[in-house]
Design a protein around this ligand. Structure first.
Ligand SMILES: O=C(CO)COP(=O)(O)O
Length: 254
């Protein structure tokens, strides 16, 4: 099916110039599978994007953690998709649960953002995921389907989209989804894409997992047929991110 393994590192709102330089030099020195096997994207805060972009090895790429929903202008504090393109930043993370929860980003708003960013030529890591309450109420699949639907309603080409399933209860909690729990939701998402978008999009779109992924649990998760990679938070700031990148070997040998 040719879904290349994808490992994203979301640094969130962390880092100083010194820390960023240290992470980059650790990554630059790492021996990892080739670009044919794994696509690696790291996402520093906006202010560090130029530094990371100019010092990071060329087989790894960078992503912003957000961008504005439309063309830039009088939107104090925002960064536009056009600016990211201007800086040659290829990727952007949109719809992260922290922004959905803390900044009230709705499904529709995220859908609009994804569409606008794609239209400007950016590639998008679109995040979805249910809260613990929603999971316990048995509505996980409905929630992630509604989040995906709001994106699907606004776009027609999924080539440059990676869908990141990040259950909110697993983010930053150390409480990782079991491989079976991740696989179950990823499969449901793939079925949703098959029915509501197309079999081709379902087969080719990478669905990655995020939520307390670390060097210890990544291989078993990567062994699941519908887990096409990871979006890593806390562990992406540490050398174990390299072990997570290497989990791509599990797929290669599958
Ligand atoms: O939110 C995440 C990645 O976007 C996951 O964060 P953690 O890996 O720290 O749980």
């Amino acid at each position: 099916m040719g879904r290349k393994f994808f490992v994203g590192g979301n640094w969130k709102c962390n880092g100083t110039t010194e820390e960023v330089k240290k992470i980059v030099s650790t990554l630059n020195a790492a021996e990892v599978p080739s670009q044919d096997v794994v696509e690696v994207v790291v996402s520093p805060p906006f202010v560090f994007l130029p530094l990371v972009k100019s010092t990071l090895r060329s087989d790894f790429h960078v992503a912003a953690q957000n961008c504005w929903v439309k063309k830039g202008g009088a939107y104090t504090g925002e960064v536009s998709a056009e600016m990211l393109v201007n800086l040659d930043i290829p990727w952007v993370i949109l719809g992260h649960s922290e922004r959905r929860a803390l900044l009230n980003e709705s499904n529709e708003f995220v859908g609009e953002k994804v569409a606008y960013a794609l239209a400007q030529g950016l590639k998008v890591i679109a995040c979805i995921g249910e809260t613990l309450e929603q999971r316990e109420a048995g509505s996980t699949v409905d929630i992630v389907a509604a989040q995906t639907k709001a994106i699907a309603a606004k776009i027609s080409d999924w080539t440059n989209v990676v869908l990141a399933y990040e259950p909110v209860w697993a983010i930053g909690t150390g409480k990782v989804a079991t491989p079976a729990q991740a696989q179950e939701v990823h499969l449901e998402l793939r079925k949703w894409l098959q029915t509501n978008v197309s079999p081709e999009v379902a087969a080719s779109t990478r669905i990655i997992y995020g939520g307390s992924v670390n060097g210890g649990n990544c291989k078993e998760l990567a062994g699941q047929p519908d887990v096409d990679g990871f979006l890593v938070g806390g562990a992406s700031l540490k050398p174990e991110f390299i072990d997570i990148i290497k989990a791509a070997e599990v797929k290669k040998n599958a």
